[in-house]
Design a protein around this ligand. Structure first.
Ligand code: HEC
Ligand code: HEC
Length: 227
């Protein structure tokens, strides 16, 4: 009896310790200064020759949130990153590190100092790029998909492509196969000016859309894997 309650106490003590470590990381993430990057950082990381074997090792940390498949969470809390273009993955990571894009949840976990330097960032991006896409991402209500398709053809297709496949060289993200919840949130973040690394031409297009239209286009995009 005594032994088991001591065991329990030790266990509790250990979980408290872990909790404090985790919340400390969280708080440091919120308060931390941006990681030093400059105009050349992205070019320099993109030019590195990636080592996918090391990328897989580095990815273990990312898998805590994005899962081992890279498919994130169906409700969109964590996006699908599997199959995203390598240059996009790198740009988004650099933007988060420099605080151009706010992502306090992820910020402390992608610090190059933690992962083994910028080479590890190049490696993990190449690993994520070649993971197979999520065939069945989370979707919306399905009520306005036709309107969503029209909006996409009129205002988005020119950059994101006819099947929303994006373009690695031009830095247009792949949108097909992404969760509805994430797409909707990002469109709102971009439209409202919270996500500051967005394309200015896209921003003018998004400003013309109502909340219902944002919902419709996000729902349409989340269903493209079913076609
Ligand atoms: C603690 C959880 C967490 C960890 C660990 C994490 N991420 Fe994330 N990541 C997120 C969240 C949350 C978002 C979406 C943020 C938003 O809504 O803007 C995200 C977004 C991203 C994006 C942007 C996706 C896009 O389409 O623009 C990339 C790329 C990414 N993560 C890569 C990684 C990589 C690579 C690692 C590991 C080195 C990693 N993440 C570790 C939580 C995490
Ligand atoms: C002029 C080209 C252009 C147009 C038009 C455009 N986009 Fe984009 N879009 C981009 C670029 C570039 C990015 C990446 C910006 C960044 O670095 O975050 C992006 C990012 C996004 C993202 C975030 C993706 C992610 O993984 O986080 C979504 C969602 C999106 N666009 C949807 C749309 C929709 C919907 C439309 C039409 C209403 C549209 N875009 C029109 C260029 C464009």
């Amino acid at each position: 009896m005594l032994r088991s309650s001591r065991g329990l106490a030790r266990l509790l003590h250990q979980s408290c310790l872990w909790l404090s470590v985790i919340s400390l990381i969280g708080v440091t993430g919120l308060l931390a200064f941006p990681i030093e990057t400059n105009a050349e950082t992205l070019q320099e990381v993109m030019a590195r020759k990636p080592d996918i074997v090391n990328g897989k090792k580095v990815y273990q940390l990312c898998a805590t949130c994005h899962l081992s498949t890279g498919w994130g969470k169906k409700d969109g809390t964590f996006p699908v990153i599997a199959s995203q273009h390598r240059n996009i993955i790198l740009k988004e990571m650099v933007d988060v590190l420099s605080r151009k894009r706010q992502n306090p949840t992820m910020f402390p976990f992608i610090d190059p100092k933690l992962l083994g330097g910028w080479q590890s960032i190049a490696d993990v991006a190449a690993y994520v790029d070649q993971l197979p896409p999520d065939p069945n991402p989370g979707t919306g209500s399905g009520e306005n998909i036709k309107r969503g398709a029209e909006i996409y053809q009129q205002k988005c297709v020119v950059c994101h492509g006819s099947s929303a496949e994006g373009d690695n060289e031009k830095f247009y993200p792949r949108l097909r196969g992404q969760h509805y919840g994430y797409l909707k949130r990002e469109l709102e973040f971009i439209q409202g000016g919270f996500r500051k690394n967005a394309d200015p031409v896209m921003l003018t297009q998004l400003k013309t859309l109502s909340a219902e239209e944002i919902d419709a286009v996000a729902d349409y995009l989340s269903r493209l894997m079913q076609q």
